[in-house]
Design a protein around this ligand. Structure first.
Ligand SMILES: [Mn+2]
Length: 316
């Protein structure tokens, strides 16, 4: 299994790591290296490279026994009116240029996935967005970046809202429609558990839809209550839905990166990360003990009482 985590989580509780309050990218990577079971890291572009030497970052990752899973795009406030759908052509081109740079950086660091999350492509008011125009702009920009790097995997992480009231593409089906319209073989989907809960999707069903279309690239795992992107520890709120999600991950032989997109603020991030990995492995082992065939039989029976006995088995 490949496990990765959110680099900015490792800024919390700095007193547990060193006297330094302002940790640079290498400090954060070094701290991540202490998390038991962590194999990969993902960096944000350009955020984690500003004023940092990329070669130093590269050796720091190797020195800590880690590998780069990929790069995630973080567009700054300049793009408040949209990234790939920005009405200002110069800004839209700049967003495209930054995305292409991120792919180059990913290659340099030995990663293979560029994750795209467009926090600002969306709308807050009726008549604020021309949906036809914005959709064409988005498809066109995604074709440009995916075609420029055919050897790089690009992945779209949808989120229903936050910071916009409506993200332009905010659910599993419209993401799969977008991917289909872009038409690039190197373009797929990243499923974020909290985002799916916010959208009132059933995460295992979204996983099924993405796998059915052969577009499943990455997981962002966490938990939350469904109103905001809470970034809580895996299985802390929706334990059974997490179990069902991991079951379907096994069923489709998912071998991509499992990234914990959590926001520890009071917790020791090293312990929090190790706990998420332990939780994933424990739930995964539980399914293995029952056996995939037995699980399939259980599902075929459509007997909710038998399913509840699974919970009892976990507790006992
Ligand atoms: Mn995420």
């Amino acid at each position: 299994m490949k496990f990765s985590s959110r680099i900015n989580s490792f800024r919390s509780r700095p007193e547990l790591f060193s006297a330094k309050n302002n940790m640079d990218t290498c400090d954060l990577i070094t701290r991540m290296g202490q998390a038991e079971g962590l194999t990969h890291i993902e960096l944000n572009y350009p955020e984690h490279f500003i004023g940092q030497d990329k070669s130093v970052i590269k050796s720091c990752i190797a020195d800590n026994g880690l590998k780069v899973g990929g790069i995630a795009l973080r567009y700054n406030k300049e793009f408040i009116n949209g990234e790939f759908t920005n009405p200002d052509e110069a800004l839209r081109n700049k967003a495209i240029r930054i995305t292409l740079e991120a792919a180059e950086m990913c290659k340099f660091l030995g990663g293979n996935t560029v994750t795209l999350w467009f926090g600002y492509d969306g709308y807050d008011y009726p008549f604020q967005q021309d949906y036809f125009r914005a959709y064409e702009l988005l498809v066109n920009a995604l074709q440009q970046v995916t075609q420029a790097h055919p050897d790089m995997q690009f992945s779209f992480e949808y989120k229903p809202y936050e910071p916009r009231t409506f993200s332009f593409i905010g659910d599993v089906s419209s993401t799969l429609m977008l991917i289909d319209d872009v038409g690039s073989p190197n373009f797929g989907i990243t499923l974020d558990f909290c985002h799916m809960i916010m959208k009132k999707e059933n995460p295992a069903f979204s996983l099924f839809l993405s796998a059915r279309k052969n577009k499943l690239v990455g997981f962002h795992l966490n938990d939350g209550y469904g109103h905001f992107d809470d970034g809580l520890m895996l299985g802390s709120v929706h334990l059974m839905q997490t179990l069902e999600y991991i079951y379907y991950a096994k069923r489709v032989n998912f071998d991509g990166l499992v990234y914990f997109d959590t926001f520890p603020s009071r917790e020791d991030p090293v312990a929090e990360c190790a706990q998420n990995i332990r939780m994933y492995k424990t739930l995964s082992n539980f399914i293995d003990q029952i056996g995939l065939e037995e699980m399939e039989r259980l599902i075929r029976d459509q007997d909710a009482i038998k399913v509840q006995s699974l919970v009892l088995k976990m507790i006992n």
